[in-house]
Design a protein around this ligand. Sequence first.
Ligand SMILES: [Zn+2]
Length: 198
Amino acid sequence: MDVVRYGRLLYEKGLTSGTGGNISARVGDLMVITPSGSCKGMLDQTELVTVDIVTGKAVSGKPSMETPFHLTVYRKRPDVNGVVHVHPRFCTALACAGTPVDPALTPEGLMVLGRRVPLIPYATPGTDDLAVMLSREVEGADAFLLENHGSIAVGKDLKDAFHRMETLEAHAELQYRLALLGKGRPLPEDEVRRILRE
Ligand SMILES: [Zn+2]
């Protein structure tokens, strides 16, 4: 199952630690999500929890505390089949500083992250408030920073969401290092439009 495989990869690549983060995949009208309080590097297929996307009810087990915002993504984005939420070092540093990610620093940033990575205002983890905050931006972007919390990436499948999260963290690290250098020059707007084919 992809949830087990990408959970392990997120852990091995240092994108999550302890029991932080949660990941899910859409399977028809259901979503398969990591269980509450689990280490993403040591998941077992039998621990995964299935939740009905329409009713929000868990078919079995105790799903991740962040189930509300995963449901919001699947309900509002029929094109999305995988969601990754973690607390990677550099994304979380920018999110705690209130500094948005600027994808226009590199062509890869623009191609993978799109024109905008919204910074979602802080709301208590696991609450419907956080799901509502995300729902305001979820139709206009595929990657998000959560203020004072972490990051979210979505994709057409879990592999796509995983790659986007990896790129988001690499981009956040680039931005952190540029801040140390005291400079960083985004691509000019005409090049941004060319890359995005706008
Ligand atoms: Zn979190």
